[in-house]
Ligand binder design. Structure first.
Ligand code: MG
Length: 373
């Protein structure tokens, strides 16, 4: 086993990245960026131990895609790294950020060759522009741009980060602690993906696959007296509403499951547990908004939705067009890509006895095409 662990920090919220998708979930082919970057480093270091640091909500979905150790990130980069270091069992640790997408094996090998030279080994780039600091032109030969990955002695880094001071890289913490730092030549191609305008300049990244994914959803709710009826996001004139933890909008619930199914993001019960009082009597339109937001964050764009409402009562036809327009707004789609159908069961079964309503839904999605906006 290698004496080295790779820590990949991928717990950011992409606040400087102005597209709906979270940076770590941009797709390179089918792989999200965090997986692509990990595989890229693993190619150069097949035996390396790997620890991913991720947002707690994303961990179950990441586990479905890899068998690396995954730890929950903190509120800052430094706290995330401290959480990851608890799991590191090797004398050396290499830390990098998911945004450093195009690291090549030459840089990784040169870091490893230098590992005994100091407590932290740091790739840097020279500065060729004139540099002014607080109105004073400074000697640019003395200025370095610091990159990741950085390779550190695990124990020294742990001690160096045992502080409340926030450092923007590991080597600054190690030097402040009294440790030693050795610079090696960085890699100009290992640029950092910070703004959405950077994506075009990272030539190692292939565009996302343009495949379409489809999901289905099904839900049933019984009627309940004395509750307003909401279906497909629309208020329905009816003496009965739906028995449910939420407002009981069975059409939106089926649609949410179809969307989550298409994106392989679980089901409505995982996203909005009915044991959670936050969702008691909640407007299901709010749940759909959160679901759509989640799909966007995970790198998907919604293409289309089709809903079949199976009801003996109430009569759905007068509301179908309003449902289509309401749902299309919530899905950020033109109304022409949302379909609402209604049928009965010809008086058969519990629906035919007018005890409740069932809905099936289908939705399709594809990956957000970050290359072409
Ligand atoms: Mg339901």
């Amino acid at each position: 086993m290698s004496d080295l662990t790779l820590v990949l920090l991928a717990a950011g919220n992409s606040s400087r990245f102005k597209v709906p998708v979270k940076k770590q979930w941009l797709r390179i082919g089918h792989d999200p960026l965090w997986l692509y970057v990990t595989y890229r480093i693993k190619k150069a270091l097949p035996d390396v131990n790997i620890i991913l640091c991720a947002h707690a909500d994303e961990i179950p979905f990441m586990r479905a895609m890899c068998d690396f150790t995954i730890v929950a990130g903190g509120n800052t980069r430094q706290q995330s790294l401290k959480n990851a270091l608890i799991e590191v069992k090797t004398p050396y640790v290499m830390v990098t950020d998911v945004a450093r997408a195009c690291i090549n094996s030459d840089l990784i090998n040169r870091l490893i060759e230098s590992k005994t030279l100091a407590d932290t080994i740091v790739p840097t780039l020279d500065v060729h522009d004139t540099v002014v600091y607080a109105n004073t032109t400074i000697e640019r030969d003395q200025v370095k741009r610091i990159q990741t990955p950085q390779l550190s002695k695990t124990e020294v880094l742990r001690l160096a980060l045992d502080t409340d001071i926030e450092f923007t890289d590991e080597s600054s913490a190690v030097v402040a602690y009294g440790g030693t730092r050795h610079f090696i030549m960085g890699d100009p191609h290992a640029a950092k993906l910070t703004m959405s305008s950077d994506v075009g300049s990272l030539e190692c990244l292939n565009p996302p696959s343009n495949i379409t994914f489809t999901g289905n959803g099904f839900d049933v709710h019984p009627f309940e007296e004395g509750k307003p009826m909401v279906l497909g996001g629309v208020a329905i004139e009816s003496p009965l509403g739906f028995k449910a933890h939420s407002d009981g909008d069975v059409a939106i619930h089926a649609l949410i499951d179809a969307l989550l199914g298409a994106a392989c993001l679980g089901d409505i019960g995982m996203l909005f547990p009915d044991t959670d009082d936050n969702f008691k009597d909640i407007d299901s339109k709010e749940l759909l908004k959160q679901c759509v937001n989640k799909l966007h964050q995970f790198g998907f764009v919604i293409l289309h939705a089709d809903i079949t409402i199976i009801a003996q009562a109430p009569k759905i036809a007068p509301y179908k067009d309003l449902m289509r327009r309401t749902l299309s707004t919530l899905l950020h789609l033109p109304p022409a890509r949302v379909n609402v159908k209604a049928t009965t069961t010809e008086h058969l079964g519990f629906i035919g006895r007018k005890e409740g309503v069932g809905v099936i839904a289908t939705a399709s999605v594809h990956y957000f095409d970050w290359k072409n906006g």
